[in-house]
Write a protein that binds this ligand. Structure first.
Ligand code: ATP
Ligand code: MG
Length: 400
């Protein structure tokens, strides 16, 4: 439960800290990078917290980006144009569960006290090599526990997003959530309804991307009641009948948040729409739901080509989910990826554009202009999907 004598702070960060300190402003390293380095995980993305007000930070450095000046955050660009976040010591003076009105001109202690969890509220002085850990975050890192700074009920009511952050950190580090903190998370889950869909989506997606086991994250969202409010279409991954199978499957999927969400949801499109995802992502979800019970039988090659032709750009998503759905598909599908690869390698024609004839060819051959042209092309494509060797001008025109 000791602190290392020194942390290796990157020279660019050190330079910023020196400049601020030189101007008379106390400056400390805080947040995720401190936590991760104490855990033995590399993280060079050190955030700085300083007594300097945002205007001073902007004045002291030539190149800055006002990423959140109203909350005291200015990004300072280093020689390689990489941003380093510098945030003024702040205190939340008014909160409504979603936004905070902040006050500057406070101490490091005030700043640490408004942070979410003890493991995120440890400060290190990059020049004096001193540590400040007023909430015993170091001990919680050892004990592997997520604990609110201060009273968890108040802290969650100040900002309900902290509930979701607790779940994310718990799944990411395989830490348990302290029982009082967990009880408060459950008791305040209804407040999550006030959050914006974008913030919830970002938390959920970040959680999927960083969880040691996605099934654990899903179980936590269920246990706390966050899933009931924001992801009611989610299938649970607990220990019940069938749930264990889903948990096992989801932990083997690629860490693509949209793919995983679609896999877990009974109605992916409605869930992704609620989370205000892009139309492209909603479309991915819709396609996954539409096709997940219709994988072709690899023993019938033309059927696989027809499937590829119909699912189009969604084929790779469906192949990525194959392992997860294998148990509910009535025929064996393990050879499907290999077969698809060979069809792609052979460049078999799969779309109307791949046909050896086009609409003008059909008109020239005497097909009447109108819907008949498209229908004929479709019919020819069906023949070619049956046997790619048929994709020649002579053969196709002979079939018109
Ligand atoms: P990550 O590795 O996910 O970036 P992080 O701890 O750096 O983890 P950030 O969201 O980057 O998380 O926030 C940086 C720090 O700001 C946190 O460590 C925490 O001290 C504080 N913080 C962030 N969000 C909140 C919040 N909603 N309430 C209180 N403190 C917060
Ligand atoms: Mg961070």
């Amino acid at each position: 439960m000791t602190f290392p004598a020194r942390l290796a702070i990157p020279p660019e960060v050190l330079k910023i800290a020196k400049r601020l300190e030189g101007a008379g402003f106390e400056t400390w390293c805080v947040g995720g990078a401190i936590r991760d380095n104490l855990l033995g995980t590399e993280n060079h993305d050190f955030d700085l917290t300083t007594a300097a007000p945002p205007q001073e930070v902007q004045r002291l450095f030539k190149r800055t980006v006002p990423v959140g000046v109203e909350h005291g955050t200015v990004a300072v660009l280093d020689a390689k144009n990489r941003p380093h976040e510098v945030t003024t010591f702040r205190k939340d003076i008014r909160t409504d569960g979603r936004h905070a009105v902040v006050e500057f001109g406070v101490s490091l202690m005030d700043d640490l006290a408004r942070r979410d969890f003890t493991i995120n509220a440890i400060a290190y002085h990059p020049l004096r090599h001193e540590w400040r850990d007023p909430f015993n975050g170091r001990a919680d890192l050892d004990k592997k526990v997520i604990r609110s700074v201060g009273d968890p009920n108040w802290r969650f009511q100040e900002d309900y997003l902290r509930i979701l952050r607790a779940l994310r950190f718990s799944a990411r580090f395989a830490f348990r959530i302290q029982s009082r903190t967990l009880e408060a998370a459950k008791a305040n889950a209804q407040g999550l309804a006030q959050l914006s869909a974008e913030r919830v989506r970002d938390e959920w997606f970040k959680g999927i991307a960083t969880a040691r086991k996605v099934s654990k994250l899903v179980a936590l969202w269920g246990e706390v009641g966050a899933a009931r409010i924001w992801l009611p279409e989610l299938q649970q991954t607990g220990k019940g009948n069938g749930e264990r199978g889903i948990a096992k499957a989801v932990d083997k999927l690629p860490r693509d948040p949209v793919l995983i969400t679609a896999f877990l949801a009974s109605d992916p499109a409605s869930l992704l729409t609620r989370l205000k995802c892009s139309n492209k992502d909603i479309e991915r979800g819709r396609a996954i739901a539409q096709w997940r019970d219709k994988y072709p039988d690899p023993r019938h090659l033309p059927g696989v080509r027809r499937w590829l032709s119909e699912v189009g750009a969604h084929a790779d998503d469906l192949l990525a989910l194959l392992g997860g759905y294998a148990s509910r598909i009535p025929h064996p599908v393990s050879r499907l990826p290999q077969l698809v690869a060979s069809i792609r390698a052979a460049k078999d024609p799969l779309t109307l554009q791949d046909l050896a004839v086009n609409g003008s060819d059909l008109l020239a051959a005497g097909v009447r202009a109108g819907p008949g042209v498209g229908e004929t092309l479709q019919r020819l494509l069906a023949e070619v999907l049956e046997d790619p060797a048929r994709n020649t001008r002579e053969y196709l025109l002979s079939r018109v």
